[in-house]
Ligand binder design. Structure first.
Ligand SMILES: Nc1ncnc2c1ncn2[C@@H]1O[C@H](COP(=O)(O)OP(=O)(O)OP(=O)(O)O)[C@@H](O)[C@H]1O
Length: 399
């Protein structure tokens, strides 16, 4: 098990990790998620004793990494697949690591087979593709047959077959009772690989829960209804009926209605009673990616100026019961970066916040909600990430 308690790391004025406490348990694949620069690699380096915490501590199997007897046989890690001597063959690279830890050469050939590099074992690694380098890094992590494994972006550069292989490998390692801690930005992959998630933003814990709970806590499902094309009157009629019945209705750019707060059978009945034909009535279940975007969008440091992140516009005043002929609010297509579903009526946590559009996002709807607040309780002595130095400031500090 990996246990972090109050883990904090500062680089000069930059707080990379702040007061992070979590446990990574054996027998599960635990995903480690967070936007760029949120502190994942720094946390992993502290777990592996490569960086010293400014305060707090982290242990593996009850000991700080540096106090572990024969650590390479207890903990294996892939942090940077490029950190190899390119002039050495894959086999010689692994052999040198094995010799340092008293691991027999037979194990080198074994792991080369596990990662599928047996045919190129005697080739210099500088000629390796990104995916082959990842496989070599994974082989190095497996060398000591460790009980605890850390992988920083293990599927980086792998082709679909390689990604599937890593997925199955992670699951198999966890099924063998090992502790598997893996960071990734590939949400679709995490959704099918991880059992548990630790999510951080700006160095602070945002969530520590199962994938299932994370999705249900951070997303809202909705129904999509489409009336016959070329007959906007039907759509307007349906929108009014659904709103009158307590639904929240938004219009997608393609003309479909996105509805929350009403079940599919209820929408169907209301449409039938109103004499509106439906060409589509379908459920939309939130994905891990949507849930993740919704939770972390306020903790993203680096964002393109072209990314307007307009979000949703809540129903405006003219969209009330019985009103006809209004302009329906338009929402982005799904999936879209920055998308998140509307909260139920009366539970809008952004209602009091300054609307994003009012802050000058060009082209944003007038009432677009501000980004959601971080879900973790704000520590009393939290750093001020929003006003803190940017990555480049910190680089300057570090020089
Ligand atoms: N050695 C260092 N000196 C100064 N600042 C650093 C150092 N290492 C990391 N940082 C800063 O700490 C913050 C966290 O970086 P870290 O690499 O841990 O994030 P990350 O979540 O792994 O990011 P990514 O997903 O992009 O790999 C960043 O702002 C980074 O610039």
């Amino acid at each position: 098990m990996i246990e972090a308690i109050g883990l904090t790391k500062r680089y000069g004025a930059k707080t990379a990790v702040h007061n992070l406490s979590f446990q990574v348990r054996p027998g599960h694949v635990t995903g480690f998620l967070g936007p760029n620069g949120s502190g994942k690699s720094t946390t992993m380096r502290m777990i592996l004793g490569l960086d010293r915490p400014t305060s707090g501590h982290v242990s593996v199997g009850g000991h700080p990494f540096r106090a572990l007897p024969n650590a390479p046989r207890q903990v294996g890690a892939l942090l940077d697949a490029k950190a190899v001597h390119g002039g050495r063959s894959a086999r010689n690279h692994l052999l040198s690591l094995a010799q340092l830890s008293g691991i027999p050469a037979t194990r080198v050939d074994e792991v080369l087979g596990v990662v599928g590099l047996q045919d190129v074992a005697r080739k210099r690694s500088k000629g390796f593709s990104l995916g082959m380098g990842q496989r070599l890094g994974i082989a190095a992590a497996l060398l000591g047959d460790p009980r605890v494994l850390l992988f920083d972006e293990p599927v980086n550069g792998l082709d679909p077959e390689g990604i599937l292989w890593v997925r199955n490998l992670m699951k198999q390692l966890a099924n063998e009772g090992r502790t598997v801690f893996v960071s990734s930005h590939l949400m679709s992959e995490m959704a099918v690989t991880a059992d548990h998630l630790i999510v951080i933003g700006r160095g602070q814990l945002l969530a520590d829960m199962s994938v299932k709970d994370f999705i249900s806590a951070n997303s809202a499902d909705f129904a999509r209804a489409r009336t016959p094309d070329g007959d906007p009157g039907q759509r307007e009629k349906l929108a009014a009926v659904l709103t009158e019945a307590g639904g929240q209705v938004l219009t997608e750019p393609g003309g479909a209605l996105r509805i929350t707060e009403l079940t599919l059978p209820r929408i169907s009945d209301l449409a039938y009673d109103a004499g509106v034909r439906l060409w589509e009535l379908s459920p939309h279940q939130a994905s891990l990616e949507e849930a993740y975007m919704r939770m972390t969008q306020s903790a993203v440091d680096y964002r393109s100026t072209a990314d307007e992140l307009a979000g949703f516009e809540p129903p405006h005043a003219g969209y009330g019961a019985g009103s006809q002929g209004y302009v329906t609010p338009v929402v982005p297509e799904v999936p879209q970066q920055g998308w998140y579903a509307p909260p139920p009526p009366g539970q809008n946590p952004y209602a009091a916040a300054a609307p994003r559009a009012a802050q000058g996002a060009p082209g944003a709807p007038a009432q677009a909600p501000a980004p959601p607040p971080a879900h973790a309780p704000a520590p009393a002595t939290a750093p001020a990430p929003a006003t803190g130095p940017t990555k480049s400031d910190t680089d300057e500090d570090a020089r």
